[in-house]
Write a protein that binds this ligand. Structure first.
Ligand SMILES: [Zn+2]
Ligand SMILES: [Zn+2]
Length: 377
């Protein structure tokens, strides 16, 4: 009897060990949740979605230059945590270096099966044009390259992913359950910043009753086109990105109308989290929490959220966050050197259930909060 017991124990241990190392091309995944990793790339963007099927969608690849290796490494940490052996789809929202910068380094570490974007760069820049003429075609040569248009679907098994915006166009017909007149349109003030941000590929993600959107760096004027006179997006559970929390995006026309329960901001140490944006988010009807990728000196204690909702601090510990926010330097004005963050980095992870309930976890301090199923919206 005893021998049999020992043998069975040994066999089950062997089976467990085998499951932990799947053969190449196979994905090991026992999750029933949609998992979303919001990865710290220092005020750039990298957001990884993993469906229960194991299919994956990465939105952007962090910064270029001498931090591209760091950012690709941080993305790989999330990819490994999710147990992935490939990225099925990569959306590059637009051609700015804080969104495509780590792509080449990442592609050297893991296969990327499809490269999705809005089309050509419309904001001439030597390094970007060079990347698009030489590097990018080499990266997608052995896989697939797709230019998406507003209204199209992106196929991820188990999810319904729709393109809301791309190349400056927005969807014309509302999403299911949307289409009501948007009361915030009346007080909208126009704003734009550069040529590429408004080109952003923005997506809507549905998983059962759960809803989320990521709009890249889509600007206020495009938010207006998408949301006025009628709201074509409808309510969402989790608002991802927020253009790093910068004032050229994040109008009430968008944020207040879609009534996110949770917003997760991909801000940096000195990028986003400006007072006017924090006020807009915190006064959004139905908002339960804002989570931030970083402590932002542009928020100060006055506007920031409690530290347990913030994933990343600085390399050199700071004694305290000043109450007043640091304001962006005017030209010629002296400002203290920005703190750096090149060391250990942390993500914010969402695990969503088909009934619309979800949890959000800060991987720095393991603080986690459950957001229950809504009875009605
Ligand atoms: Zn950081
Ligand atoms: Zn950006």
């Amino acid at each position: 009897m005893r021998t049999t017991f020992v043998l069975l124990t040994f066999l089950s241990m062997a089976a467990t060990a085998e499951l932990a190392t799947p053969p190449y091309g196979m994905q090991s995944r026992a999750s029933k949740t949609l998992d979303i990793y919001v990865i710290d790339v220092e005020g750039g963007n990298a957001t990884l979605l993993v469906a229960p099927s194991g299919e994956s969608l990465l939105i952007d690849t962090g910064n270029s230059g001498n931090v591209a290796v760091r950012d690709a490494g941080r993305i790989m940490d999330a990819i490994k945590d999710a147990g992935l052996v490939q990225i099925d789809k990569l959306i590059t929202t637009h051609w700015h270096q804080d969104h495509y910068g780590g792509m080449e380094k990442l592609a050297a570490r893991i296969p990327i099966r499809e490269f999705i974007d809005h089309g050509p760069n419309v904001q001439p820049a030597a390094a970007t044009d060079q990347f698009l003429q030489t590097t990018y075609p080499q990266l997608y040569a052995k896989s697939k390259h797709t230019v998406v248009k507003a209204g199209e679907r992106i196929s991820i098994s188990g999810l319904d992913v729709r393109v809301l915006t791309s190349a400056g166009e927005t969807i014309r017909t509302p999403m299911a359950g949307a289409g009501k007149p948007n009361p915030y349109c009346a007080t909208f003030k126009t704003a734009d910043n550069n040529a590429e941000d408004p080109q952003s590929v923005g997506i809507h993600i549905a998983f059962g009753q759960f809803r989320s959107i990521h709009l890249g760096d889509l600007t206020r004027n495009k938010e207006f086109e998408l949301m006025c006179p009628n709201d074509r997006v409808g309510p969402v559970d989790v608002l991802l990105g927020l253009h790093h929390g910068q004032p050229s995006s994040n109008s009430e026309v968008l944020i207040h109308a879609i009534r996110p329960r949770v917003a997760i901001m991909n801000n940096g140490i000195r990028k986003g989290g400006d007072p006017e944006i924090m006020k807009t988010i915190h006064s959004s009807p139905g908002l339960e929490d804002l989570w931030q990728l970083h402590f932002s000196q542009f928020s100060g204690q006055e506007y920031t959220v409690p530290g347990m909702f913030i994933a990343n601090t600085f390399d050199e510990p700071q004694p305290a966050m000043p109450v007043a926010p640091l304001s962006a330097a005017q030209s010629g004005e002296a400002q203290p050197a920005a703190p750096t963050h090149d060391g250990a980095a942390y993500w914010i992870k969402v695990s969503a259930n088909p009934d619309g309930s979800f949890t959000v976890t800060n991987s720095r301090n393991q603080f986690t909060k459950a957001y229950g199923k809504l009875v009605s919206r």
